[in-house]
Design a protein. Structure first.
Length: 440
């Protein structure tokens, strides 16, 4: 029924199926999804989390100890296979796919993603990555700012966001309010109090990372949204790590804007992300690339930003089915527990501590390295962190980031369903060997 409507109505360009906004806004009981023309993977058997999961569902090299899921994630095999199926299907009859079939299929997968994050489908659009989403919101909003208006952020914000703000401020008469968060952080109340005390009347937008990329901490974004809204400040949450890392409910968080990657903790193919915008604010947000969808509603405008490979987004059907097959709660429980156990193993082995209170971490932890890992240094820099990370990479085949924070060195460990306790013993022993060699 929906496909027939798509053929009858054209919202933009020459597309034969471009009534995206109409399809997105249909109530669930009235929406009929299109038939998927490519084979979907079947998840009929269940394997144990850990090495069995790694072998069956991931392409990860078994010769490496991979503890850096937080960087770019790792895609499940089935998602990548579905990507290929979509690409091949498209190339059999490119015009049929792009002109008549693609947009209804994009609507279908975006509706499923919206349901997964507890959002209205008409409030969610699919994008390539979080960097695109953050730039989209910031560049749209600064056009509405007045001279002297400021954007609020923390000193621990993601580096790419800081560079974006620097660029925006160089082009517009807009300032930055940057509050300093120091470590260790005893509790989430410390973060809430900091924001309450440092928000200024000139701040029009606040940007918070849901999970601090370099530091691993989970920010209390729901509470921060409340603080900002009470002072009339809109909130953009950079949830690059959010999807898959934490249970997400857009209705509960209450942010004005939320962006997340699908390819990180959700294990989708690279090039898939989402942008949520609260309905009253959608008229102010425009995609970075204006194309045929302009003027066809919020979802319509973002659905087509030029000819490119959209198959990583269409492949989300496989990823969603995977998460439901293995049980969303069980996955989240396993990755959080495995990371916590891994952190305990490292702490006990190295006789060190965590960057902050254990309760502030999830499937990523920062554990301090022992002082002897680099000889002759009392204070450590970025260069020192790079030396240690390179040594672990080149000599031990361990992929784990090393961070220099307040003159100390930390490893940022991640855990996903392909990791197991043995992985963290490998890291613990490698660092102990480096300490021993430095003391000879």
């Amino acid at each position: 029924r929906n496909m027939e409507k798509s053929k009858e109505k054209r919202d933009f360009g020459s597309f034969f199926s471009s009534n995206v906004q109409e399809l997105v806004e249909l109530p669930e009981g009235e929406y009929c999804p299109p038939k998927i023309p490519v084979p979907l993977p079947e998840f009929s058997e269940t394997v144990k989390f850990g090495s069995e999961m790694k072998q069956k569902h991931f392409h990860l090299d078994p010769e490496w100890t991979f503890l850096n899921h937080g960087a770019f994630g790792a895609s499940i095999k089935e998602g990548m296979q579905l990507c290929t199926h979509w690409q091949e299907y498209c190339e059999r009859q490119p015009l049929r796919f792009m002109d008549r079939e693609f947009l209804p299929h994009l609507v279908y997968v975006s509706r499923r993603v919206a349901q997964f994050i507890d959002a209205d489908p008409s409030d969610v659009v699919m994008i390539p990555n979080v960097t695109t989403g953050v730039s989209t919101v910031v560049k749209s909003l600064v056009k509405t700012f007045k001279p002297g208006d400021t954007i609020y952020t923390l000193n621990v914000a993601y580096g790419a966001t800081k560079k974006l703000l620097k660029h925006v401020c160089s082009e517009c008469d807009v300032g930055i309010t940057e509050a300093e968060l120091k470590f260790p952080v005893p509790s989430k109340d410390t973060i809430i109090k900091l924001v309450e005390e440092t928000l200024r009347p000139s701040d029009k937008l606040a940007i918070f990372d849901h999970i601090l990329s370099n530091f691993g901490l989970i920010l209390p974004v729901k509470e921060l949204v409340d603080v900002c809204h009470k002072k009339g400040v809109q909130v953009l949450v950079d949830g690059a790590h959010g999807l898959g890392f934490l249970p997400l409910s857009m209705r509960d968080i209450g942010a004005d804007y939320y962006v997340s990657n699908c390819y990180k903790w959700f294990c989708a193919p690279k090039g898939s992300g989402l942008l949520y915008v609260a309905k009253p604010l959608q008229s102010s947000i425009r995609p970075l690339v204006i194309s045929h969808g302009f003027g066809s509603g919020f979802c319509g405008e973002f659905s087509w930003t030029g000819a490119r490979d959209y198959t990583p987004i269409l492949a989300l059907h496989a990823v969603l089915d995977f998460w439901h097959h293995y049980d969303v709660k069980k996955i989240r429980s396993y990755i959080s527990e495995t990371a916590r156990n891994g952190a305990h193993i490292l702490q006990q082995s190295w006789k060190t501590g965590l960057l902050s209170n254990e309760d502030l971490f999830g499937p990523m932890f920062l554990v301090e390295l022992p002082s002897g890992v680099l000889s002759g240094r009392d204070k450590h820099s970025y260069d020192d962190a790079e030396l240690v990370q390179d040594r672990l990479h080149n000599d031990f085949h361990i992929e784990v980031p090393v961070k220099a924070i307040q003159d100390r060195l930390y490893v940022r460990i991640s855990a996903h369903i392909y990791n197991e306790t043995a992985d963290y013993h490998v890291l613990a022993n490698a660092v102990q060997r480096m300490v021993l060699e430095n003391n000879l």
